[in-house]
Write a protein that binds this ligand. Structure first.
Ligand SMILES: [Zn+2]
Ligand SMILES: [Zn+2]
Length: 249
């Protein structure tokens, strides 16, 4: 029953999108900020593949190593999980046309990204702001504030503040991962739908699916994927030939 409800809400949200969106066109540098290794492919895999194909410069910033994904599972060491997940990131992004020198691993602690009221928040903002000032991306993508998952919300707060502090001239977008599963439905009416953009990724859909498999296929010795087991209904959200973004500023 719960599964049916979750699939129905995806259907409802997609209908809402079709009513309100325009396509996204971009020719300038793109930066994707991912809280964990795999968010960039799930939320922006099509965007990355299309941008790479066009010769647009793409930078991917992975904030945490994703080391906690087996903490409540088999207890395999975080170092080992991080090492494997880092290799999977390089593999999956190669499939989308990106060289590993375009990926920055900041290796912040998984599950503990600081929200704006946390004492470590400023330090993290400064670190990211320094990176933004150096790379000067024309478009920045980070997770939607309604994602629900703490690291994703914190990634958004850190990115917003880092953009302000670095003074980069950029267009800022939210992308959607847990949004499809965890956003309370009443909040869907509070989303800024007039600035929603749906990117048609049908020409790179197969590439995106291959990259997702590269992340979710290989398993740790316990038999679960290195990223942990993600809910089936969440994965269904990415069987879609579009990607949803919200333009922020
Ligand atoms: Zn994540
Ligand atoms: Zn495990």
């Amino acid at each position: 029953m719960k599964q049916l409800f979750r699939l129905a809400r995806q259907f409802f949200l997609r209908r809402l999108i079709q009513q309100t969106t325009v396509d996204l066109h971009f020719d300038d540098d793109v930066m994707i900020i991912a809280p964990h290794p795999d968010d960039e492919v799930l939320g922006c895999g099509g965007l990355i593949a299309q941008a790479s194909r066009k010769g647009v410069n793409v930078e991917v910033i992975i904030l945490t190593g994703g080391g906690a994904s087996h903490d409540n599972c088999c207890g395999i060491s975080q170092e080992e999980v991080k090492r494997e997940r880092r290799n999977l990131t390089k593999e999956a992004l190669k499939t989308l046309g990106l060289n590993s020198n375009k990926i920055t691993f900041l290796d912040w602690e998984d599950g503990k990204l600081p929200l704006s009221d946390h004492p470590d928040f400023d330090t993290r903002v400064d670190e990211l702001a320094a990176l933004l000032a150096r790379l000067k991306p024309a478009n920045i993508f980070c997770p939607h504030p309604f994602e629900g998952w703490s690291d994703h919300v914190a990634a958004q707060e850190i990115t917003r503040e880092a953009i302000k502090r670095s003074n980069v001239k950029t267009t800022f977008y939210y992308y959607c991962v847990w949004f499809w599963l965890s956003m309370p439905l009443r909040k869907s009416l509070m989303c800024d739908w007039k600035n929603a953009v749906a990117l048609d990724i049908s020409d790179v859909y197969v590439q995106k699916q291959k990259a997702i498999k590269e992340y979710m296929g290989p398993c740790a010795p316990c038999g679960n994927p290195w990223s942990g087991v993600l809910p089936e209904e969440l994965m269904k959200a990415f069987e879609w030939e579009k990607e949803l973004f919200f333009r922020v500023i």
